[in-house]
Design a protein around this ligand. Structure first.
Ligand SMILES: [Zn+2]
Length: 182
């Protein structure tokens, strides 16, 4: 009788544990999936260090506004962008692929309605391409890594470069410097 009780106790414990493990698996499964969707899937550069996606993949990854600016060379309405008045210290990254593009130390108020920088974060951050659309000769600025459209560069900027990188807020992600430095 005592032996039977012990067996029953062990069996019950085993069953409860199994149900618990099964249940926690079921619970944790959808959680994993949503976190992947939320934080965009990590992009892996190809052998040339470029990020290449199909148009459909870009569409799925970006918001409508980001897609219009980054992939269709659109321009956001002046003065409306979320980073136009951003004066916080930090770094700006490509909204398409997360590549480092600009540093807040080079950001200035150009009065144009769009975020302006007098130089990119590194020599290899952006690509500059002749652009003669809209009947103007301008130089288009693109993300070096994923070829997303960022804006244009003009030669009416401040010292030390004399350049004005006029960039859409929709093309940028901002990460503030950590406050640990203080
Ligand atoms: Zn990019």
């Amino acid at each position: 009788m005592r032996y039977q009780k012990k067996l029953l106790f062990l069996f019950t414990t085993f069953m409860i544990l199994s149900v618990f493990i099964m249940y926690s698996n079921i619970i944790s499964q959808p959680k994993k999936d949503t976190s992947v969707k939320k934080d965009k899937k990590e992009l892996i550069p190809n052998a040339e260090g470029k990020i290449v996606l199909t148009d459909a993949e870009w569409k799925e990854r970006l918001t409508d506004e980001e897609y219009h600016v980054l992939r269709q060379k659109g321009t956001e309405q002046g003065g409306t962008g979320k980073f136009y008045h951003n004066k916080a210290d930090g770094k700006y990254y490509c909204a398409g692929c997360g590549y480092e593009l600009f540093d807040s130390e080079t950001k200035y108020d150009s009065g144009s309605g769009w975020p302006a920088f007098f130089k990119p974060a590194t020599d290899s951050s952006v690509a500059e391409i002749d652009d003669s659309t809209l009947g103007m000769r301008r130089i288009e600025v693109k993300c070096q890594r994923c070829d997303s459209h960022l804006g244009h560069v003009f030669d009416d900027g401040p010292n030390p470069t004399g350049l004005r990188y006029c960039v859409n807020s929709a093309s940028l992600l901002f990460k503030p410097d950590s406050t640990e430095k203080k």
